[in-house]
Write a protein that binds this ligand. Structure first.
Ligand SMILES: N[C@@H](CCSC[C@H]1O[C@@H](n2cnc3c(=O)[nH]cnc32)[C@H](O)[C@@H]1O)C(=O)O
Ligand SMILES: [Zn+2]
Length: 420
């Protein structure tokens, strides 16, 4: 058992008792009453639920800084996709470990990923102690042979992850996007999602260009098109980006309970645009936050995403009330958990013990009065202790699960292979 003593949580100083992978009690807990307990002194700290990043391509940490300042299609076609052709399980494994270290250090405990070489990714996630939803990213480019291959891979990885029997690693389906996947592939994905009871992770409406392509081909906007053949029926979907949406598309997102993963930094950096988040909120749509891959962000610090979300929409709407601090914070916690269907995102009895501690002795966190404001507008994201699934994975800034130095060394080595 783990006992966090005198920590500031849910508005007051109290204790948090963790048993197994869950939060057993919040309130006053006497250490004498429990046997075999590890105590964390929380006096100088606050506890927050671990952040949930709902859109990543985690091994892309290795592509950090390789191609900046380009539009999406040029970035993908000329730089990213040629480099990705050199990847293998081993390179992806080290890239994922680098990403996990970065996320743990910046308070993220769960991520929702779409990539390939999922054996390498799963192995790294398992070793790091993180929680993740992993989807094999499928692209068929409307070719039947490629479609069969991609669907086979996706099914293979769902079975592979299920067989790992690790409650921290959850399989999902990842059709890349309506402009890279055929209708046949997408229809089959809906069927497989129901068959294996897994969620779907897809890129939607990221750029005006891709929407134009879909419209020219089908006569419909992407959400209308997918909805026309039942893609959203009876499945749980996380749609990344959703930058450009018509009223009709917003109606579908609402009606089909589609979860939106807002990735403001990636959208700004690739100059894709700014998603109409205040409008989605008015409709009661579940908005969550994602960083996207490190090729287009270029980091995995979700606190940056929280701050940008809270200020960006104020600026473009000329209205400082559209997204309040706590709303932005909830996007990255509660709403993320709801999207991924996990009992986390809040510090509550019976919930998963995914908890982050922040030492408040930092110059930018004084005066200590308005904690939620500090977390959203002032904090740099470097947290102190991280507990995931009831296990301490970082203590006082030191990662306990993996050898950090070795990961940095290997990351450089893998990068040399990719650029050669
Ligand atoms: N099985 C596929 C791989 C798909 S993984 C998901 C893909 O999404 C790409 N990606 C990363 N960020 C973005 C983005 O912002 N928009 C669209 N695609 C992206 C990423 O580079 C990767 O190729 C294949 O054989 O090519
Ligand atoms: Zn993406």
């Amino acid at each position: 058992m783990i006992l966090i003593k005198d920590v500031y949580v849910n508005g007051k100083r109290q204790d948090i008792l963790i048993e197994g992978n869950k939060i057993k009690k919040i309130g006053e807990v006497k250490k004498e009453d429990i046997e075999d307990v590890e105590i964390i002194d929380g006096k100088k700290k606050i506890a927050i639920p671990g952040l949930i990043n709902t859109h990543t391509h985690i091994p892309m940490t290795l592509f950090r800084g390789v191609a900046d300042d380009l539009p999406l299609m040029e970035w993908l076609n000329n730089y990213i996709w040629p480099m990705e052709a050199k990847l293998n399980e081993k390179i992806v494994y080290w890239g994922t470990l680098l990403g996990c270290i970065e996320m743990i250090k910046s308070g993220t405990t769960t991520f929702n990923d779409m990539y390939f070489y999922l054996e390498g990714i799963s192995k790294a996630v398992d070793e790091s102690g993180m929680r993740a939803v992993l989807a094999y990213g499928m692209i068929d480019l409307f070719d039947e042979e490629r479609r069969e291959k991609e669907l086979k891979n996706a099914e293979k990885y769902i079975k592979y992850i299920n067989e790992l029997n690790n409650s921290r690693i959850i399989p999902a389906l990842g059709p890349h996007a309506p402009y890279t996947c055929s209708k046949e592939l997408l229809m089959k994905v809906n069927e497989l999602a129901k068959k294996y009871n897994v969620m779907i992770h897809i890129h939607m409406n990221e750029t005006l260009d891709e929407i134009k392509t879909v419209k020219e081909k089908t006569g419909m906007e992407p959400f209308i098109y997918l909805n026309s053949f039942g893609f959203f029926d009876d499945v749980n979907v996380v749609a990344a980006h959703c930058v450009h949406l018509t009223e009709g598309e917003i109606r579908i997102i609402k009606e089909k309970n589609i979860n939106v993963s807002h990735n403001p930094i990636s959208n700004l950096k690739l100059a894709s645009g700014i998603a109409p988040i205040p409008k989605l909120l008015k409709e009661g749509i579940n908005v969550t936050l994602g960083t996207d891959g490190c090729g287009s962000n270029n980091n995995l610090n979700l606190f940056e995403e929280i701050k940008i979300t809270a200020i960006l929409h104020k600026g473009v709407n000329l209205n400082p009330t559209v997204i309040k601090a706590e709303t932005a914070f909830n996007f990255a916690t509660k709403n993320g958990a709801k999207a991924l269907n996990i009992k986390a995102g809040e510090i509550k009895e019976g919930y998963l013990a995914d908890i982050v501690l922040i030492n408040m002795d930092k110059p930018f966190l004084y005066p200590k009065e308005n904690i939620m404001s500090h977390l959203v507008y002032a904090f740099n994201g470097f947290v102190d202790d991280v507990i995931i699934d009831g296990k301490i994975v970082m203590r006082e800034g030191k990662i306990l699960t993996v050898d950090e130095e070795k990961v940095y060394e290997k990351a450089e080595e893998m990068y040399e292979i990719l650029r050669s």
